[in-house]
Design a binder for this molecule. Structure first.
Ligand code: DAH
Length: 331
């Protein structure tokens, strides 16, 4: 091949490459163009392969021309690449633009279940009084559910709580009072504690009984806590929850409190029992290693469903668990 032949081939290759570069519409196409012309076996290298027959004077001239062509193509490739990239970004931005005139999608609003709502309200009241919120487990041993709470092995009070036993000898806690033992075991007085959670009993389900239900337990232990503190706390709490309401204490019995009482509120012309309470029995304090000569405390437990039913005038406890949206939407 002669010098002029090579020169015209070079300019032809450059011409075609320039056309292909501007025709490439995507980055992957552009890369194919680069390989086709500038790659190791590309068109440019092939033209230069014919250089062998040229004279020693002619070769540098061709080399110079080839380098110029290569540099020119490289900068065209770069420019095209930048243009394609910014076009891609603009296209993406355009595609992601929010059309504020489009009609919205209806998002139904959830509601707080009446059980959670009353637990929240009661928790707020006690947190306001400086109480700590605690939790304990639902699968319990006899010790924490009964024994440490002063239920002796043959105590008839165990029959009051139709217990669900597990095959391994453990049980489903029948009340939240297990929290008293668990919390006092690992914390030193003074303490003011509130705990809420699920409880389980082998009860036949009807309008006022559920086998799974919720309780709230609150208790305080310190030096020189008296029954007056309990009365004041209960009165304040019930007024915070129900407004101005008549409250009465009736003597009662629980193994873990002495003396014990049940509390009624006057609701729609009737006395309605809302909680059990009392002064923590010295045996319970001893079980957790607190000296009853130094410390005293009160405790109380209340049924959450009962309160929710009173507060929201719900006639059947089963409605609380039926997941019926027509019912739940009312709250
Ligand atoms: N644990 C009792 C129950 O489930 C409720 C109760 C009564 C809790 C008196 C107390 C209490 O802390 O002092 O029937």
């Amino acid at each position: 091949m002669s010098l002029s032949e090579i020169e015209s081939q070079l300019s032809a290759v450059q011409q075609r490459a320039t056309e292909d570069i501007s025709a490439a519409a995507r980055l992957d196409e552009l890369d194919k163009v680069r390989v086709k012309y500038l790659g190791k076996k590309g068109d440019l290298s092939q033209v230069l392969g014919g250089m062998g027959k040229l004279s020693a004077e002619e070769r540098p001239q061709v080399g110079k021309l080839a380098n110029e062509a290569k540099t020119a193509l490289q900068s065209q490739l770069e420019a095209r690449k930048a243009a394609l990239q910014s076009a891609a970004i603009s296209a993406q931005i355009a595609a992601e633009t929010v059309d504020v005139t489009m009609p919205g999608v209806y998002q139904p609003q959830g509601r707080i279940h009446p059980i959670n709502s009353i637990i929240d309200q009661i928790t707020d009241i006690f947190v306001g009084l400086g109480y700590t919120v605690a939790q304990s487990q639902e699968i319990e041993s006899d010790y924490y559910n009964f024994e440490a709470l002063n239920f002796l092995p043959d105590h008839p009070a165990r029959d009051m709580q139709d217990t669900l036993y597990l095959p391994n000898g453990q049980l489903m806690r029948t009340h939240t009072s297990n929290t008293q033992i668990r919390y006092m075991e690992s914390n030193e007085p003074p303490m003011r504690v509130l705990a809420s959670g699920r409880c389980y009993r082998r009860d036949t389900v009807d309008a006022t009984h559920a086998a799974v239900f919720h309780q709230i337990e609150f208790f305080a232990v310190d030096k020189s806590i008296t029954f007056t503190d309990l009365r004041g706390t209960v009165q304040l709490f019930l007024e915070a929850l129900f407004g101005d309401i008549e409250v009465r204490f009736r003597p009662s019995y629980f193994p873990f409190t002495e003396p014990s009482a049940e509390v009624d509120v006057r609701w729609q012309g009737q006395w309605l029992e809302v909680m059990g309470c009392g002064m923590i029995d010295p045996n319970v304090l001893k079980a957790v290693g607190a000296d009853p000569e130094i410390y005293s405390g009160f405790a109380a437990g209340l049924g959450v469903e009962r309160l929710a039913m009173v507060q929201s005038e719900i006639d059947d406890i089963r409605r609380l668990y039926s997941s019926d949206l027509r019912f739940l939407k009312q709250f």
